[in-house]
Design a protein. Structure first.
Length: 209
């Protein structure tokens, strides 16, 4: 027990005090090292978190690239299928052209049953193409549209509006709304003489007014 006025360090407790002081200093040193180690751990933890974020970013980019690649492959495959389908259907349209020409050129001497047989084949083929999305372009009597029609001839006339399709030389077709082949047509062109006469009449009417 310590009494007021007695020295703190005596010969009897000198060793104990020194030991306690040494232990205290060691503990302080340990605390300093622990703080340094904690700081190192925090630094390593922050670096680990940064690495984790970096790898997550790489993984996300890789996943996005994979999704884009798959989408691109699917799109290319679909485009290839459409191209192949268009090519095949175009050949079938050529067969329809041949059948239509054959029907139009059949002489009257040919048996009726043979004529009807060709028409039946033609209808069946047209129905099959219709199921695949192939539609005939209705051109006769329509106004010329360069997107749907190809003008092979122009015919001067005063009986039809300029640009009206007077005759269809070869039918055109669409595939799911897109042009597979334009219709080849004869287009009405306004008669210059008739137009001049109309202009003269209009000028006369204006003068009389």
């Amino acid at each position: 027990m310590y009494f007021l006025g007695e020295p703190l360090v005596t010969e009897d407790n000198k060793d104990n005090v020194e030991n306690e002081s040494t232990e205290f200093l060691e503990e302080l040193g340990n605390l300093d090292r622990a703080e340094e180690e904690d700081a190192d751990v925090d630094k390593l933890l922050k670096e680990a978190l940064k690495e984790k974020e970096r790898f997550q970013s790489i993984a996300q980019r890789a996943q996005a690239d994979l999704v884009n690649y798959r989408s691109r492959v699917i799109q290319e495959q679909e485009e290839l299928r459409r191209t192949v389908k268009s090519g095949v259907l175009t050949r079938f349209i050529g067969i329809i052209d041949d059948l239509e020409r054959a029907i139009s050129e059949i002489p009257d001497t040919v048996e009726k049953g043979w004529h009807e047989g060709i028409q039946l084949v033609l209808r069946n083929l047209e129905n099959s193409l219709d199921i695949e999305g192939v539609k005939k372009i209705e051109a006769l009597g329509a106004i010329f549209d360069p997107y749907k029609h190809e003008a092979l001839l122009y015919e001067k006339t005063s009986e039809s509006q300029e640009g009206t399709i007077l005759n269809v030389i070869q039918n055109g077709y669409t595939l799911n709304g897109k042009i597979l082949r334009p219709a080849r047509v004869v287009v009405a062109q306004e008669d210059e003489i008739e137009q001049k006469q109309e202009d003269i009449n209009e000028e006369s009417e204006k003068s009389s007014d």
